[in-house]
Ligand binder design. Structure first.
Ligand code: P6P
Length: 345
């Protein structure tokens, strides 16, 4: 008899989710189906992103989204695809999206007893679509509290970040990657277009505890808190032992800056500014999911003073300042915020 020793050339997202199903306390396969649905939508969005320059999909959609920003067609398309995929899977009862002012209740028989809600920024950094710079999707998954029955309520979504059961992002860049965590580490999958599958390419991702890159829009310098200005002075000082001055890298696309810093080490800061007292980024579908990921990868995320995952959300689209990345860099920034800006907290 011939013995076949299976040599595993690659493991797909679907295989990985099933193999890791036991990591997840509610191992009835619910979360697996949710993650699978998100993966499917990501592949569909990726197909359109890759031809955005060709198809008549560029340009303003003419509408304005709840953020008061011109809504680009790809934003709308991506939002629709994730809503459709999550609705069809039967595991998600409702969605909070950056593109929609109110909750989106999944109105289907298959979802009426679903136990999960999803917060999503379907296409972050969409102002970069027209200039062919990487953009991304960010998602956060909560399980309804056991006592919550019947139609979804705002309380299902206003849970602290520590309550997330999964979180992830998709980056549509030189390659398309899906990176996620369920609280047992962070794993990255790269889309292989030849087979149409996300394949494990970055197992057990960890962010270096030190980095030499800082990402911030220095155009807002005049309005930064003093602690941020002190941190920038620290980054720009000459100190060979700590590899300073650091380099500044700011793409204007959170997912792209975040992903680079995950790989190389670094810090991304969107602080309060003159125009935005609480910064620009959203707690539910940008900061909380990335904070979950960064902590699972050994990094840190705060609002300059408090751990992001401990913040109690009050409204769906609330903003928070964000300091996120290599643990030692965030700690340094927090020390300077405490010393120079605590009064503003
Ligand atoms: P600014 C994109 O609009 C976004 O939400 C993030 O992706 C990005 O990091 C940030 O805003 C850019 O904002 O004010 O620096 O242009």
């Amino acid at each position: 008899m011939q013995t076949h020793t299976p040599a595993r050339r690659f493991i797909t997202l679907g295989q990985f989710i099933i193999e890791r199903q036991s990591d997840f306390p509610y191992a009835k396969g619910e979360l697996s189906r949710l993650l699978r649905d998100i993966g499917i939508a990501a592949k569909i969005v990726n197909r359109e992103v890759n031809k955005a320059g060709l198809a008549d999909i560029l340009g303003d959609h003419g509408d304005v989204n709840v953020q008061g920003e011109d809504q680009k067609k790809l934003d709308v398309y991506a939002n629709e695809q994730f809503i459709k995929a999550l609705g069809a899977g039967g595991e998600c009862i409702a969605i909070a999206s950056e593109e929609n002012e109110d909750l989106i209740e999944i109105d289907s028989k298959v979802s009426k007893n679903a136990r999960y809600v999803v917060c999503i920024d379907p296409l972050d950094g969409s102002s970069n679509i027209d200039v062919n710079v990487s953009i991304g999707t960010i998602f956060s998954i909560y399980r309804r509290k056991e006592e919550m029955e019947g139609p979804t309520r705002l309380e299902d979504f206003l849970q602290k970040g520590v309550e997330q059961v999964a979180a992830g992002y998709v980056i549509y860049g030189s390659s398309t990657m899906l990176v996620y965590t369920t609280g047992k580490g962070v794993n990255g999958f790269t889309l292989d277009p030849s087979i149409g599958e996300f394949c494990l390419s970055h197992p057990d991702m960890m962010i270096p505890e030190d980095g030499a890159i800082y990402s911030i829009n220095e155009g807002n310098y005049k309005h930064f808190p003093e602690g941020v200005k002190e941190f920038l002075r620290y980054c720009q000082e000459e100190d060979k032992a700590s590899k300073r001055p650091y380099s500044t890298r700011y793409i204007g696309s959170l997912v792209a800056d975040f992903h680079r810093n995950m790989i190389k080490g670094g810090i991304y800061i969107y602080p309060s500014t003159g125009k935005a007292k609480n910064g620009k980024l959203r707690l539910l579908y940008e900061c909380n999911p990335l904070a979950f990921i960064i902590e699972q990868a050994g990094g840190k995320a705060s609002d300059g003073f408090r751990r992001i995952l401990d913040l109690q959300p009050e409204t769906l689209h609330q903003r928070t300042p964000l300091f996120i990345g290599s643990a030692n860099m965030v700690t340094k920034a927090e020390e300077l915020m405490a010393k120079f800006s605590a009064v503003q907290a």
